[in-house]
Design a protein around this ligand. Structure first.
Ligand SMILES: Cc1cc2nc3c(=O)[nH]c(=O)nc-3n(C[C@H](O)[C@H](O)[C@H](O)COP(=O)(O)OP(=O)(O)OC[C@H]3O[C@@H](n4cnc5c(N)ncnc54)[C@H](O)[C@@H]3O)c2cc1C
Ligand code: SF4
Ligand code: SF4
Ligand code: SF4
Length: 610
């Protein structure tokens, strides 16, 4: 670069004949810090991807997909384990709100996040030793009541924090609804067993057949532990209050599935089975009924079509593929039969207001239908059993009254999972229970360390808008599909229906991720910067450095960033006082300290080779 024809202030004239070294030359950059032309400064500012935001336990999904893409499976597994104690379970059972939120869903098809999670979970299952270890003992004891997902998660995080944790569980086997609700053909028991083993490896004690309120009292909990987490779930099935509901052959969905899961079921179904309910539990019951030998299974729902049913669409699809029939817009008003069920009386019914969120109106003036069956399974939700809980901690929803930190008043009792979330608008699902258990564990830790519980109010920028990324870098690419056992064979066995992805498929699927708003060290900015003034001494997420003295603010890196993590921030927003620097080309002496001082000294220094 030549300065011929350029006016150079007297004090800056140096003895190499007016030839200015190019800015990229080592010392020339000191003389011409081209950054003084800049009006905006590029800044790496990671956003929260919508998948992470939607996951009930905020798994760092973008992070582990990126690690999987690079073949770093163990690192990816370690990352997932920060927030999720049993990825092999959620990799199978989770209703994956992350995928509903995934930005890729607006472009072609959402990333199959759950399938990648399952791959990592299965990798963890096969490790001789888990990557997670218990924290150094802090000498404090915590009891967890209930071994479902919320209790499991709280116990796991507390053990990592160094607490001596004991889980008290009233059932003969641990797992909560993961064992006594979610069917074996969704979650094989050996997978859950291995995850429970991992809890034991952390030094957690699990006492089964131990019911709080019967085998252990409230006062004993208070006396024997520094803190207690109540994660007791909703263990009692709801009734529809129909006439004749006590007849033989009437079964409730929750105990039906629980007994099968616990291996204690004695149920023998007849050939024709009706299931009352339109939600996920009803779907599990209908599909389980086929596997228990029923020939014709019909779901009877108040919802007037499948769109209104509060069910996961894939599960509904798979159920229909297996041959379950649907009858919509009907309520069971009586069970008919002489001692045992022979038929159901059905009346037209609808929700009086919002679907699934208002009372049901039954048209009893209409002539009823008779529906002939051998068994009816009632699956219309569940409620808690809290006779043992002091009244002051019960609320009008029939659940535990806890503050926003999950704490019961100013006691050292906390509550987590379905027992808190029912009726709050939060969906009842495993991942939400896990997230709740995790957050409550951290709150227990704070209270026991004497720290104040404070709401987190760090603003988060969730990147929903594809226009904030550079979509030209992402070719359309279909989602890798998981295979399913064929409907005719699967409905006769308890074999796992959905199959896992191979390693190649997992990597291919992970590589579809946009890495929304989050630097994944793709090197694009580094390569496109015309100066060049982006350096990457240590290459990893977000570790590039912009040499602001030389960045002209041309925006090329910002525009070309595929993920949208680079932002242009007006120079005046920085409080460093950098507005204009003093250089050979500056119209007037600028304000910047370092360069102007250097330049002053340079003019006074003897000539040297640069
Ligand atoms: C049939 C069914 C299928 C489901 N399928 C899915 C699914 O596929 N995916 C999904 O994401 N969600 C699913 N859910 C929802 C999910 O299972 C729950 O949201 C989740 O299990 C709640 O976890 P939790 O730990 O709060 O309670 P739970 O899992 O209910 O665990 C509570 C535990 O506390 C124990 N307990 C209760 N009282 C006491 C006491 N007094 N003393 C000692 N122990 C006690 C219980 O025995 C139980 O083990 C399903 C729910 C049902 C009913
Ligand atoms: S736990 Fe569920 S919501 Fe969270 S990442 Fe896994 S599949 Fe998605
Ligand atoms: S594309 Fe990747 S980072 Fe973006 S929402 Fe989907 S999984 Fe998350
Ligand atoms: S491409 Fe280089 S010069 Fe341009 S704004 Fe980015 S860092 Fe600055």
């Amino acid at each position: 670069m030549s300065t011929k024809g350029t006016h150079i202030p007297e004090r800056l004239k140096i003895t190499f004949g007016g030839i200015t070294p190019a800015p990229s030359q080592e010392k020339g950059q000191d003389l011409f810090p081209t950054g003084n032309w800049r009006a905006i400064r590029p800044v790496y500012r990671d956003k929260l991807p919508p998948c992470n935001n939607a996951c009930g336990t905020n798994e760092k999904i973008q992070g582990y997909l990126d690690l999987v893409k690079r073949g770093k499976y163990l690192d990816a597994y370690a990352l997932i384990k920060e927030d999720m104690p049993f990825p092999s379970v959620t990799g199978r059972v989770c209703y994956h709100p992350c995928e509903q939120a995934c930005n890729r869903g607006k472009y072609d098809e959402a990333i199959s996040i759950r399938a990648v999670e399952r791959f990592l979970g299965d990798l963890g299952q096969n490790l001789k030793r888990d990557v997670v270890t218990a924290g150094p003992s802090n000498g404090k004891k915590v009891a967890i009541v209930g071994s479902g997902p919320a209790g499991h998660s709280a116990a796991y995080q507390l053990a990592r924090l160094g607490y001596a944790v004991t889980i008290l569980e009233k059932s003969p086997k641990p797992g909560g609804l993961n064992r006594g609700g979610i069917p074996l053909w969704v979650l094989p028991p050996q997978i859950l067993d291995r995850e429970i083993e991992r809890l034991l490896e952390l030094g957690i004690t699990i006492k089964t057949n131990c019911e709080v309120g019967k085998d252990v009292t409230w006062n004993e909990l208070k006396k024997n532990y520094d803190a207690v987490v109540l994660a007791v779930g909703l263990t009692e099935a709801n009734s529809v209050r129909a006439e004749g509901e006590d007849k033989e052959g009437v079964i409730y969905g929750l105990p039906f599935l629980r007994d099968i899961g616990m291996g204690t079921s004695k149920v023998k179904l007849g050939p024709r089975v009706a299931v009352i309910g339109g939600g996920n539990t009803a779907i599990d019951c209908a599909r389980e009924a086929l596997r228990q030998g029923a020939m014709e299974v019909t779901m009877i729902t108040v919802e007037s079509n499948t769109d209104e049913m509060p069910a996961v669409p894939e599960d509904l699809h798979d159920m229909l593929e297996e041959g379950v029939q649907l009858v919509h817009g009907r309520a069971m008003t009586a069970v008919l039969g002489n001692g045992e069920v022979e038929a159901l009386q059905l009346h037209p019914a609808r929700f009086s207001g919002a679907i699934n969120a208002s009372p049901i109106t039954i048209n009893r003036n209409a002539p009823p239908d008779q529906f002939f069956v051998d068994n009816v399974i009632i699956a219309v939700g569940q409620h808690a059993s809290l006779a043992w809980l002091p009244d002051e901690f019960k609320n009008e929803r029939g659940t535990i009254k806890a503050d926003r930190f999950g704490r019961l008043g100013d006691t050292n009792f906390f509550a987590a999972g379905d027992i808190v979330q029912l009726g709050t608008g939060q969906q009842l699902m495993v991942v939400n229970a896990v997230g709740d258990g995790k957050r409550v564990a951290f709150n227990v830790d704070k209270v026991l360390r004497g720290e104040a519980l404070q709401p987190r109010n760090i603003p988060v920028d969730v990147i929903f808008d594809l226009n904030r990324m550079n979509m030209t870098y992402f070719p359309h690419f279909p989602r890798v599909q998981q295979t399913l056992l064929p409907p005719d064979s699967r409905k006769k066995t308890s074999r796992e229906v959905i199959q896992g992805l191979s390693e190649e498929q997992t990597v291919e699927e992970a590589a579809r991720c946009f890495s929304c708003g989050t630097c994944n060290a793709c090197d694009n900015c580094y390569l496109v910067c015309p100066e060049p003034c982006i350096v990457r001494p240590a290459r990893s997420n977000g570790m590039y450095k912009i040499l602001v003295d030389y960045c002209k603010g041309c925006r090329v890196c910002i525009e070309e960033c595929p993920t949208g993590c680079l932002e242009g921030v007006p120079e005046l927003d920085f409080d460093t006082g950098v507005v204009r620097m003093d250089t050979a080309f500056a119209v007037s002496p600028g304000l910047h300290g370092r360069q102007s001082e250097q330049l002053r000294q340079l003019a006074e220094q003897p000539a040297k080779n640069i």
